[in-house]
Design a protein around this ligand. Structure first.
Ligand code: RM4
Ligand code: MN
Ligand code: MN
Length: 427
């Protein structure tokens, strides 16, 4: 749909300004003891998976306002993801949600993805909704349901997801359940967790050799009184009970406001059980806003823990980086591009922390200068580094500018006639 060399043409127009800014920043960083090109190389290696559900317009429980040229099926979604990857050079993996994006023909989907230079990261199961034709309802839970037959159905769905993921070349399953209670007394707190562990063990037992099971906690919603896997403590207990292939996934929006998420990250690293992230941002709850749109400092502090763990040789290997956002008022492609840039920005900033100096300040209890040393990294405008990382990956120096210039959305609107009106549609 879009000219093959549009990225190169767009880059040519920005190249002189970019080189100028990169050189200036390089001189500044050299004075601070950093080699800008080494930092850019590390940023260029960063990858984050795109969630299949986020390339369509999301919605709230009140309404959904679809945009023009929305993807009509999972193949259209692949095209949107390929466009994002062309521009960012950092998003060659897709995280699929079943059954929302269950392909009729997995072989064809895999072939199409690899033709586009894409692959599949963790697959996500869904036992928080009833699907048409489903025998038993999840109204009162799935893996933790009081009825063994409902639990068996939910387990079977997860096993189907693993099989499908295997056919697509994925190597992890993310399990998030909505199970819980809306009222005190509705559910036996301890027994619900025991039922979760027993059901999760059956899923765990079906993991192929090199697969990981990512356990995603969430404080509330849809259960508004008590959620079974509501926090990192429950998630970690479950992972430890299940075995080494079970790890904890941190969705940034799944905590109470003001919770210190970077500390949770540090604790999970200590336990050797950090498995990955669902990146997004929030002001109040599971808002699923664009990453770093509300609190970029928090994102930086999370990356600071990751880079620090790396520096100490304590990092948990093979973290799954994924976006999990819902776009209600923006073009999803633009939001996903923006979030990818913000992740790379936080990474670049975290790589600019002088860790020896910080350690000395911490050991000397110099609270003010220790916090200043983190701030010095955070306030550095690393945009030229992130642009250089994209350049190294053959992507766009100015991805949003290139996207707007490309006419992609208008081309999609012409090629993908709208299927219907608004209506609900929460992701
Ligand atoms: C949940 C959770 C899951 C996501 C669903 C759509 O709140 O974040 O990761 O798959 O929403
Ligand atoms: Mn999530
Ligand atoms: Mn969520």
């Amino acid at each position: 749909m879009i000219a093959k060399d549009f990225v190169a043409e767009h880059n040519a127009a920005c190249a002189v300004d970019h080189a100028h800014d990169y050189d200036a920043l390089g001189r500044q960083l050299a004075r601070r003891g950093f080699d800008i090109e080494r930092i850019a190389e590390r940023v260029a290696c960063f990858r984050v998976a795109l969630p299949s559900w986020a390339v369509g317009t999301g919605g709230t429980r009140f309404a959904r306002f679809p945009g023009p040229g929305e993807p009509r099926d999972v193949f259209d979604k692949l095209d949107d993801c390929a466009m994002i990857h062309r521009l960012t050079g950092a998003t060659n993996e897709i995280s699929l949600h079943f059954p929302w994006d269950t392909p009729d023909d997995p072989v064809a989907l895999r072939a199409r993805a690899s033709h586009l230079g894409l692959g599949f990261s963790a697959v996500n199961s869904n036992t928080f909704q009833d699907q048409p034709g489903q025998k038993l309802s999840y109204k009162f839970g799935s893996l933790c349901h009081t009825d063994a037959a409902v639990r068996a159905q939910a387990i079977a769905h997860n096993l189907d997801c693993i099989r499908l993921g295997e056919a697509l070349g994925s190597n992890a399953i993310t399990v998030w359940i909505g199970d819980g209670a809306n009222f005190p007394g509705q559910q036996h707190t301890a027994r619900a967790f025991e039922r979760y562990l027993a059901s999760a063990a059956e899923i765990y037992a079906a993991l192929p050799g090199d697969w990981t099971m990512l356990i995603e906690h969430k404080m509330y919603e849809p259960a508004f009184y008590a959620t079974v896997i509501q926090d990192w403590g429950s998630s970690l207990m479950a992972a430890q009970a299940l075995g080494p292939k079970a790890r904890c996934l941190v969705d940034l929006g799944h905590h109470a406001p003001n919770v210190n998420i970077e500390m949770i990250v540090a604790r999970l690293i200590h336990a050797g059980r950090l498995g990955g992230f669902h990146f997004n941002d929030s002001r109040y709850g599971d808002d699923d806003l664009d990453t770093a749109s509300i609190n970029p400092y928090r994102l930086f502090l999370i990356f600071n823990e990751l880079i620090d763990a790396d520096w100490r040789g304590a990092a948990n290997p093979g973290l799954a980086h994924m976006l999990d956002q819902s776009h209600n008022v923006t073009d999803p492609v633009e939001s996903l591009i923006s979030s990818t840039i913000e992740l790379q920005r936080a990474l670049a900033q975290a790589l600019l922390v002088d860790r020896d100096a910080l350690a000395a300040l911490q050991n000397g209890n110099d609270a003010l200068m220790a916090s200043q040393s983190l701030k010095a990294a955070f306030v550095t405008d690393v945009s030229p580094i992130v642009a250089r990382a994209r350049e190294m990956n053959g992507a766009a120096l100015d991805p949003l500018g290139a996207y707007r210039h490309s006419g992609y959305r208008a081309a999609c609107a012409a090629a993908r006639p709208a299927k219907g009106g608004g209506g609900g549609g929460i992701v």
